[in-house]
Design a protein around this ligand. Structure first.
Ligand code: ZN
Ligand code: ZN
Length: 340
């Protein structure tokens, strides 16, 4: 990287002046974590600085013994003259862009982000900077999301139709972020909402942090099969194709992922319906976000990096690829269970 503030090392993105890594892998002293997804928050740092809401999430996932320092959005931490602050990234609860400022130079590492306000995570805020580090999970022009309220209407009418047939509705999505976003979108007048254990434990952490979710019930062996008739069950993607689903028979199976935007993506999964609901920016979102930073240099970390970098260069932007270990949105696996 030819940034004054950031270097790229084998442990990831590094700010030498502050001696901090952002979302690193391997053993480092100090890490700033953008959000709790497993490809961004890993074990191995002696100290973790992250948003208050991300603290219980990473303790739950990486172990309660890790050393954490919670911060709020906008709170400035000065380390060796570098002003470090977190700005909402709109990706999932607690997700943040990391803003670094030193001697008038500003660098922003955005982690994962989405532009549309989901009404649950703090909404994305554009930040002016000299250097911007971006993802490009959906960095192709074919990816363009429908407004959330239209997707919510689609999900609720699917649920209603299933209920009418005497079916349960099982909807799968990442247990951290996506699942709660879906739960917030549900019309609770239709029926009861149940959760898989992986979703339930994240819900509990977020509610403890003051986030508000409608009432849900954990799926347990004690619940009568008849209770699931007409109900909505929220589960991680790993539940698809597992025997855990048998207890909901008869059911309709849905999957909420940005990849459902593409016809055919749903064919290889044994699902009945796909909802193109993503916690990442779509093509127009990525382009707007980058333009709004006014950055002279843009580094692209994961997703369709080479195509996206070429596109940015054609727009006259000094763009580069970074070969990180970030993974973007995965199909069929749950982020939390990937464990890396
Ligand atoms: Zn993420
Ligand atoms: Zn990511």
């Amino acid at each position: 990287m030819n940034s004054k503030l950031l270097k790229y090392t084998k442990q990831g993105i590094y700010c030498p002046q502050a001696d901090i890594y952002i979302d690193p892998w391997g053993n480092v002293d100090k890490a700033v974590i953008t959000h709790g997804h497993s490809d961004h928050a890993r074990r191995g740092a002696k100290k973790y600085l992250t948003h208050r809401i991300t603290v219980p999430i990473i303790k739950h996932r990486l172990g309660s013994d890790i050393n954490t320092k919670p911060v709020e959005y906008g709170e400035v931490i000065s380390v060796n003259g570098v002003r470090i602050s977190l700005v909402p990234a709109g990706h999932i609860p607690g997700s943040a862009q990391v803003r670094l400022e030193h001697k008038g130079e500003v660098a922003v590492v955005s982690g994962d982000y989405k532009i549309e306000d989901d009404g649950f995570s703090a909404a994305f805020e554009p930040v002016k900077c000299n250097t911007f580090v971006t993802e490009s999970t959906f960095g192709l022009p074919i990816y363009k999301w429908k407004p959330q309220k239209e997707i919510a209407a689609d999900i609720n009418s699917w649920w209603k139709a299933n209920k009418k047939k005497g079916f349960a509705s099982v909807l799968c999505g990442y247990s951290l972020g996506k699942a709660q976003r879906i739960i917030k979108m549900l019309d609770t007048r239709i029926g009861s909402i149940y959760t898989h254990g992986a979703v339930h434990s994240v819900n509990e952490l977020l509610v403890k942090e003051g986030m508000i979710l409608p009432e849900t019930r954990l799926v347990t062996k004690e619940i009568a099969k008849s209770d699931f008739v007409g109900a909505m069950i929220i589960a991680p993607p790993s539940a698809m194709g597992s025997t855990w689903l048998n207890k909901f028979e008869p059911y309709s199976l849905g999957y909420a992922s940005g990849w459902m935007n593409v016809r055919g993506a749903r064919r290889w999964q044994a699902i009945d319906i796909g909802f193109a609901l993503s916690d990442h920016a779509d093509w127009p979102g990525l382009n707007d976000a980058i333009k709004n930073t006014g950055a002279e240099s843009v580094y692209v970390t994961h997703g369709f990096t080479s195509v996206f970098v070429r596109w940015l260069k054609e727009q006259g932007i000094d763009a580069h690829e970074l070969h990180t270990q970030f993974k973007g949105e995965q199909v069929g696996t749950d982020d939390g269970e990937a464990g890396n």
